[in-house]
Design a protein around this ligand. Structure first.
Ligand code: ATP
Ligand code: TYD
Length: 235
Protein backbone atom coordinates (compact mmCIF):
# COMPACT_ATOMS: atom_id res chain seq x y z
CA UNK A 1 0.00 0.00 0.00
CA UNK A 2 1.47 3.27 -1.14
CA UNK A 3 1.23 6.39 1.09
CA UNK A 4 0.52 9.07 -1.53
CA UNK A 5 -0.03 12.82 -1.29
CA UNK A 6 -1.19 14.37 1.95
CA UNK A 7 -4.84 15.40 1.59
CA UNK A 8 -5.42 16.91 5.05
CA UNK A 9 -3.66 17.17 8.36
CA UNK A 10 -5.88 17.86 11.41
CA UNK A 11 -5.16 18.06 15.11
CA UNK A 12 -4.63 14.33 15.60
CA UNK A 13 -4.84 12.56 12.24
CA UNK A 14 -3.49 12.93 8.70
CA UNK A 15 -5.21 11.72 5.54
CA UNK A 16 -3.25 10.51 2.52
CA UNK A 17 -4.12 9.38 -1.01
CA UNK A 18 -3.43 5.72 -1.70
CA UNK A 19 -3.39 5.43 -5.48
CA UNK A 20 -6.90 3.95 -5.46
CA UNK A 21 -9.73 6.34 -6.27
CA UNK A 22 -12.24 6.67 -3.40
CA UNK A 23 -9.90 5.32 -0.74
CA UNK A 24 -7.75 7.16 1.82
CA UNK A 25 -5.09 6.20 4.33
CA UNK A 26 -5.77 7.62 7.80
CA UNK A 27 -2.68 7.99 9.98
CA UNK A 28 -3.35 8.38 13.73
CA UNK A 29 -0.56 10.63 14.98
CA UNK A 30 0.80 10.85 18.53
CA UNK A 31 -0.52 14.41 18.92
CA UNK A 32 -3.05 14.99 21.68
CA UNK A 33 -4.98 18.25 22.09
CA UNK A 34 -7.75 19.62 24.29
CA UNK A 35 -9.65 22.86 24.86
CA UNK A 36 -9.83 23.85 21.16
CA UNK A 37 -6.14 23.11 20.72
CA UNK A 38 -5.21 25.30 23.73
CA UNK A 39 -3.48 22.34 25.40
CA UNK A 40 -1.32 20.09 23.24
CA UNK A 41 1.34 17.42 23.59
CA UNK A 42 2.93 14.55 21.74
CA UNK A 43 2.63 11.17 23.47
CA UNK A 44 4.54 8.32 21.87
CA UNK A 45 2.23 5.33 21.21
CA UNK A 46 -1.01 7.32 21.62
CA UNK A 47 -1.73 7.23 17.86
CA UNK A 48 -1.40 3.48 17.63
CA UNK A 49 -3.61 2.92 20.71
CA UNK A 50 -6.41 5.01 19.20
CA UNK A 51 -5.97 3.47 15.73
CA UNK A 52 -6.20 -0.09 17.07
CA UNK A 53 -9.27 0.69 19.17
CA UNK A 54 -10.96 2.51 16.28
CA UNK A 55 -10.29 -0.38 13.90
CA UNK A 56 -11.74 -2.86 16.37
CA UNK A 57 -14.86 -0.76 17.07
CA UNK A 58 -15.52 -0.05 13.38
CA UNK A 59 -15.28 -3.81 12.72
CA UNK A 60 -17.71 -4.42 15.58
CA UNK A 61 -20.20 -1.96 14.03
CA UNK A 62 -19.82 -3.61 10.61
CA UNK A 63 -20.59 -6.98 12.22
CA UNK A 64 -23.85 -5.38 13.42
CA UNK A 65 -24.59 -4.19 9.87
CA UNK A 66 -23.81 -0.55 10.63
CA UNK A 67 -21.90 0.78 7.63
CA UNK A 68 -18.66 2.66 8.29
CA UNK A 69 -15.76 4.06 6.26
CA UNK A 70 -13.39 1.38 7.61
CA UNK A 71 -11.89 -1.02 5.07
CA UNK A 72 -8.94 -2.52 6.97
CA UNK A 73 -6.01 -1.75 9.22
CA UNK A 74 -2.71 -1.16 7.42
CA UNK A 75 -0.42 -1.16 10.43
CA UNK A 76 -0.69 -0.27 14.13
CA UNK A 77 -1.20 3.45 13.43
CA UNK A 78 -3.02 3.59 10.12
CA UNK A 79 -6.12 2.31 8.40
CA UNK A 80 -7.55 2.22 4.91
CA UNK A 81 -10.95 3.92 4.63
CA UNK A 82 -13.52 4.92 2.04
CA UNK A 83 -13.16 8.60 1.14
CA UNK A 84 -16.30 10.32 2.38
CA UNK A 85 -17.86 13.66 1.63
CA UNK A 86 -17.87 14.65 5.30
CA UNK A 87 -20.93 16.30 6.85
CA UNK A 88 -19.66 19.19 9.01
CA UNK A 89 -21.37 18.14 12.23
CA UNK A 90 -20.32 16.35 15.40
CA UNK A 91 -23.03 14.07 16.69
CA UNK A 92 -22.68 13.56 20.42
CA UNK A 93 -24.63 10.82 22.17
CA UNK A 94 -24.93 11.08 25.95
CA UNK A 95 -25.95 8.24 28.28
CA UNK A 96 -24.79 9.92 31.50
CA UNK A 97 -24.52 13.66 32.19
CA UNK A 98 -20.89 14.82 32.14
CA UNK A 99 -18.54 17.33 30.48
CA UNK A 100 -20.10 20.33 28.76
CA UNK A 101 -23.62 19.17 29.62
CA UNK A 102 -22.87 19.57 33.32
CA UNK A 103 -20.95 22.83 32.77
CA UNK A 104 -23.73 24.42 30.71
CA UNK A 105 -26.96 23.13 32.24
CA UNK A 106 -28.37 22.53 35.73
CA UNK A 107 -27.80 18.76 35.92
CA UNK A 108 -25.55 16.74 38.23
CA UNK A 109 -22.60 14.79 36.82
CA UNK A 110 -23.48 11.10 36.71
CA UNK A 111 -27.23 11.57 36.14
CA UNK A 112 -28.57 8.75 33.94
CA UNK A 113 -30.03 10.02 30.66
CA UNK A 114 -32.75 7.66 29.51
CA UNK A 115 -33.45 7.98 26.64
CA UNK A 116 -29.95 9.06 25.59
CA UNK A 117 -29.50 12.71 24.65
CA UNK A 118 -28.25 13.53 21.15
CA UNK A 119 -26.50 16.86 20.67
CA UNK A 120 -25.33 18.13 17.29
CA UNK A 121 -22.48 20.66 17.02
CA UNK A 122 -21.48 22.53 13.88
CA UNK A 123 -17.90 21.46 13.06
CA UNK A 124 -16.08 24.76 12.63
CA UNK A 125 -13.07 25.47 14.86
CA UNK A 126 -13.11 29.18 13.96
CA UNK A 127 -16.63 29.39 15.47
CA UNK A 128 -15.75 27.04 18.37
CA UNK A 129 -18.13 24.32 17.11
CA UNK A 130 -21.46 25.96 18.11
CA UNK A 131 -24.37 23.75 19.08
CA UNK A 132 -27.16 23.34 16.50
CA UNK A 133 -30.76 22.24 16.79
CA UNK A 134 -32.83 20.43 14.16
CA UNK A 135 -34.23 23.68 12.70
CA UNK A 136 -30.73 25.14 12.34
CA UNK A 137 -29.38 21.96 10.73
CA UNK A 138 -32.17 22.18 8.13
CA UNK A 139 -31.96 25.99 7.71
CA UNK A 140 -28.20 25.74 7.08
CA UNK A 141 -28.97 22.93 4.58
CA UNK A 142 -26.35 20.71 6.19
CA UNK A 143 -28.51 17.62 5.61
CA UNK A 144 -32.08 16.89 4.52
CA UNK A 145 -34.86 16.03 6.98
CA UNK A 146 -34.61 12.36 6.02
CA UNK A 147 -30.84 12.33 6.46
CA UNK A 148 -31.15 13.96 9.89
CA UNK A 149 -33.56 11.23 11.00
CA UNK A 150 -31.25 8.58 9.57
CA UNK A 151 -28.20 10.11 11.32
CA UNK A 152 -29.98 10.09 14.69
CA UNK A 153 -31.20 6.56 14.12
CA UNK A 154 -27.69 5.39 13.22
CA UNK A 155 -26.21 7.22 16.23
CA UNK A 156 -28.62 5.42 18.57
CA UNK A 157 -27.85 2.05 16.96
CA UNK A 158 -24.11 2.67 17.37
CA UNK A 159 -24.78 3.61 21.01
CA UNK A 160 -26.56 0.31 21.71
CA UNK A 161 -23.75 -1.77 20.19
CA UNK A 162 -20.92 0.16 21.87
CA UNK A 163 -22.63 0.48 25.27
CA UNK A 164 -23.16 -3.30 25.45
CA UNK A 165 -19.61 -3.97 24.28
CA UNK A 166 -18.08 -1.75 26.98
CA UNK A 167 -20.47 -2.90 29.69
CA UNK A 168 -19.26 -6.48 29.15
CA UNK A 169 -15.74 -5.17 29.83
CA UNK A 170 -16.56 -3.33 33.05
CA UNK A 171 -16.65 0.09 31.38
CA UNK A 172 -19.49 2.62 31.16
CA UNK A 173 -19.90 4.46 27.85
CA UNK A 174 -20.79 7.87 29.28
CA UNK A 175 -20.86 9.78 25.97
CA UNK A 176 -19.14 9.83 22.59
CA UNK A 177 -18.88 11.72 19.33
CA UNK A 178 -19.55 10.44 15.83
CA UNK A 179 -18.94 11.98 12.42
CA UNK A 180 -20.81 10.96 9.28
CA UNK A 181 -20.09 11.28 5.60
CA UNK A 182 -21.69 10.44 2.27
CA UNK A 183 -20.39 7.66 0.04
CA UNK A 184 -22.23 6.95 -3.22
CA UNK A 185 -25.43 8.38 -1.72
CA UNK A 186 -25.13 6.31 1.46
CA UNK A 187 -24.50 7.67 4.98
CA UNK A 188 -21.48 6.04 6.62
CA UNK A 189 -19.91 6.47 10.05
CA UNK A 190 -16.49 8.07 9.53
CA UNK A 191 -13.56 9.56 11.43
CA UNK A 192 -12.62 7.65 14.60
CA UNK A 193 -14.10 5.95 17.65
CA UNK A 194 -11.39 6.08 20.26
CA UNK A 195 -10.43 7.22 23.75
CA UNK A 196 -10.16 10.73 22.26
CA UNK A 197 -13.79 10.73 21.13
CA UNK A 198 -15.52 8.77 23.90
CA UNK A 199 -15.98 9.42 27.61
CA UNK A 200 -15.46 6.12 29.44
CA UNK A 201 -15.74 5.42 33.17
CA UNK A 202 -14.57 2.41 35.11
CA UNK A 203 -17.79 0.72 36.25
CA UNK A 204 -16.52 0.13 39.80
CA UNK A 205 -14.53 3.28 40.59
CA UNK A 206 -16.21 5.69 38.11
CA UNK A 207 -12.66 6.83 37.28
CA UNK A 208 -11.98 8.31 33.83
CA UNK A 209 -10.55 6.01 31.12
CA UNK A 210 -10.37 8.57 28.30
CA UNK A 211 -9.07 11.98 27.24
CA UNK A 212 -10.43 13.56 30.44
CA UNK A 213 -7.31 12.07 32.11
CA UNK A 214 -5.28 14.38 29.82
CA UNK A 215 -7.70 17.34 29.91
CA UNK A 216 -7.79 17.54 33.70
CA UNK A 217 -4.40 15.93 34.48
CA UNK A 218 -6.00 13.07 36.38
CA UNK A 219 -3.05 10.67 35.95
CA UNK A 220 -1.04 8.74 33.37
CA UNK A 221 -3.08 9.10 30.17
CA UNK A 222 -1.03 6.56 28.21
CA UNK A 223 -1.42 3.94 30.93
CA UNK A 224 -5.19 4.48 30.84
CA UNK A 225 -5.33 4.34 27.01
CA UNK A 226 -3.31 1.10 27.13
CA UNK A 227 -5.68 -0.38 29.71
CA UNK A 228 -8.74 0.37 27.52
CA UNK A 229 -6.98 -0.92 24.39
CA UNK A 230 -6.18 -4.21 26.09
CA UNK A 231 -9.82 -4.68 27.13
CA UNK A 232 -11.18 -3.70 23.70
CA UNK A 233 -8.80 -5.92 21.73
CA UNK A 234 -9.72 -8.96 23.80
CA UNK A 235 -13.14 -8.88 22.02
P1 ATP B 1 -11.45 17.78 15.15
O1 ATP B 1 -10.34 17.39 16.07
O2 ATP B 1 -12.26 18.96 15.62
O3 ATP B 1 -12.31 16.62 14.72
P2 ATP B 1 -9.54 17.93 13.04
O4 ATP B 1 -9.81 18.20 11.60
O5 ATP B 1 -8.39 18.60 13.66
O6 ATP B 1 -10.85 18.31 13.82
P3 ATP B 1 -8.48 15.21 12.87
O7 ATP B 1 -9.03 14.00 13.50
O8 ATP B 1 -7.06 15.55 13.12
O9 ATP B 1 -9.50 16.35 13.28
O10 ATP B 1 -8.61 15.14 11.29
C1 ATP B 1 -9.30 14.17 10.62
C2 ATP B 1 -10.17 14.83 9.57
O11 ATP B 1 -10.54 13.86 8.61
C3 ATP B 1 -11.46 15.38 10.16
O12 ATP B 1 -11.70 16.65 9.61
C4 ATP B 1 -12.54 14.40 9.68
O13 ATP B 1 -13.79 15.02 9.49
C5 ATP B 1 -11.94 13.91 8.37
N1 ATP B 1 -12.33 12.55 7.98
C6 ATP B 1 -12.53 11.49 8.79
N2 ATP B 1 -12.86 10.38 8.09
C7 ATP B 1 -12.86 10.74 6.79
C8 ATP B 1 -13.13 10.04 5.56
N3 ATP B 1 -13.45 8.74 5.55
N4 ATP B 1 -13.08 10.74 4.40
C9 ATP B 1 -12.76 12.06 4.40
N5 ATP B 1 -12.48 12.78 5.52
C10 ATP B 1 -12.52 12.13 6.70
P1 TYD C 1 -18.47 17.34 25.66
O1 TYD C 1 -18.82 17.00 27.06
O2 TYD C 1 -19.49 18.09 24.88
O3 TYD C 1 -17.17 18.20 25.58
P2 TYD C 1 -15.90 18.21 26.52
O4 TYD C 1 -15.46 16.78 26.56
O5 TYD C 1 -14.96 19.09 25.78
O6 TYD C 1 -16.33 18.72 27.85
O7 TYD C 1 -18.08 16.01 24.89
C1 TYD C 1 -18.95 14.94 24.78
C2 TYD C 1 -18.26 13.77 24.15
O8 TYD C 1 -17.96 14.00 22.78
C3 TYD C 1 -16.93 13.40 24.79
O9 TYD C 1 -16.88 11.98 24.82
C4 TYD C 1 -15.88 13.91 23.86
C5 TYD C 1 -16.57 13.92 22.52
N1 TYD C 1 -16.18 15.07 21.71
C6 TYD C 1 -15.23 14.94 20.73
O10 TYD C 1 -14.67 13.85 20.50
N2 TYD C 1 -14.88 16.04 19.99
C7 TYD C 1 -15.46 17.24 20.20
O11 TYD C 1 -15.10 18.22 19.50
C8 TYD C 1 -16.46 17.36 21.22
C9 TYD C 1 -17.14 18.67 21.51
C10 TYD C 1 -16.78 16.24 21.95
Amino acid sequence: MKQGDLVYSGKAKSLYRTGTEGELLVLFRDDITAFDGGKKDVLTEKGSLNARVSACLFSLLEEHRIRTHFIRSLDDSSMLVRELQMIPIEVIIRNIAAGSMVRNYPIREGTLLDPPVIVIDYKDDSRHDPMLNDDLVLALKIVSKDELLRIKDLALSVNIVLSRFFEARGIILVDFKLEFGRYNGELLVGDEISMDSMRLWDMKTKGSLDKDVYRFEKGDVLAVYRQVTEKVLKR
